[in-house]
Write a protein that binds this ligand. Structure first.
Ligand code: CU
Length: 176
């Protein structure tokens, strides 16, 4: 190890010692909020948004699943040539002590075929799968909200015609 690196580590250690109390209260990796907006019609996918609080180490979110839905995909809305399109997302980074946010106009979940009982109950239990600890799964009940108006962002976009196939660099595209 180079002397400079050792010095940097020593400085880090000093900093950590200085705020040792906060160190003990380091926040764990967790899903802290989330909700689903139903599609405008039953055949349209619902959209999911949520917030993940980063833990002490950087990890990646690699899947979100729901037993009570037919299919869940992670997507990202991107602007290309002045047009908003969506791309499937295979993984999303959760920085240490940072956060990962899926929100309207950015990363989002698409959820097809939510079980009617879950819709009536107003919540969908989902499992968030991360790369740490042999694919740690964090369970979170997503609150289900009714369809928004015409300006519903991803919920209003036609996902069947959103042109995933145009994406040359989509090696991880989920099989249809
Ligand atoms: Cu989408």
């Amino acid at each position: 190890m180079k002397p400079f690196a050792i010095a940097a580590l020593a400085a880090t250690a000093l900093t950590l010692t200085a705020c040792g109390e906060k160190l003990g209260a380091a926040k764990p990796l967790n899903v802290v909020s989330g909700h689903i907006v139903m599609g405008a019609t039953p055949d349209r996918p619902a959209v999911g948004y949520f917030r993940v609080q980063g833990g002490p180490q950087s990890v990646e979110l690699v899947a979100v699943t729901a037993d009570l839905a037919q299919r869940v995909e992670m997507h990202e809305s991107v602007r290309e040539n002045g047009m908003m399109t969506m791309k499937p997302l295979a993984r999303a980074a959760v920085p240490a002590k940072g956060e990962l946010v899926f929100k309207q106009g950015g990363k989002h979940l698409m959820i097809w075929g939510i079980n009617g009982a879950a819709v009536r109950a107003g919540k969908l239990p989902m499992a968030f799968v991360f790369t740490n600890n042999n694919n740690e799964r964090i369970l979170f009940d997503m609150v289900i909200k009714p369809a928004e108006g015409a300006a519903g962002g991803e919920a209003a976009m036609d996902h069947d015609a959103m042109g995933h196939g145009e994406d040359k660099a989509a090696p991880d595209a989920a099989p249809k």
